[in-house]
Design a protein around this ligand. Sequence first.
Ligand SMILES: [Zn+2]
Length: 312
Amino acid sequence: MVDRMDAIAIDFETANERRDSACAVGLAWIDHGRVVRRETRLIRPPELRFSPGNIRVHGILPADVRGQPNLPEAMAEFLPDLSDRLVLAHNAGFDIGVLSASLAAWGKRAPPVTYLCTVRVARQVFPHPAGCGLAKVAGRLGIRFEHHDAGEDAYACAEIALAAMRERGAASVADLPRVLKMPAVVRAGGYHPDPENLRSTAPRALGTTRNRMPSADPGLRFAIRGSTGNRYAVVLEERSTGPYLRCDCTAGLHRRRCRHVDAVVEGDVTDLVSGNFGDVERLRERLAVAGTPVEPLRVRAATERRSRAGLG
Ligand SMILES: [Zn+2]
């Protein structure tokens, strides 16, 4: 029996589309097969620019973080634990990227971390056609949590890892990489401005980033309300040519680019009736790596909405 906490789950919320804009962090410590500690902190990002879509996801406003510590200050007490334990995150490429980019934004070095993505764990241990988004997996496993609160999301991530541990008979969560034959990713400490994740830099060809692409769920699915009130499904598919968004509207079925796909790609969540804003961000991270420029999430004004729908 290893007498130490074996893993720690982490989740960041961001103010806008930039990886260095963390505005909240949640952490959940796992010890001897259960969650033993949970913490949540608000974080003041380098610039107080909040995208409407991000606010709709997490409900955090600039005024909430104005007097809060910056990321290096907020994380100082937790960084040693991140280095000492297996780090878990749901879509870990995103959260680890946020950590290092946000530290780098303040001129700080990221600690070395060894991490495991619980999306990948869930895909292997609890595969399901509906996908392995955090809320979906948690729902299927009966984990109750308040989605898009950083502390709650970290807790759900930890519980997913614990469920996988029990399902596969692993001795601890830290033993999951070995049991699942899914090597944890070791990331050396240092400056990680993560240029490929910051949209201010030039897009890179997909081929060069294939091994490091954000793990957007192929199968990410969005319900979009069309101009006549019909619902259309936009689904992410990974093709040999890169990510592809398929829509089941008439234009989409004829392989033409439609306004529903445009809306998701543009981050226009006005008609996103499925409400999965976080998935939109995940999709757009994936597209950004593939070389598609992405704009901040936004909600269209009523006038623009009418003209777009051809009504005004
Ligand atoms: Zn469509």
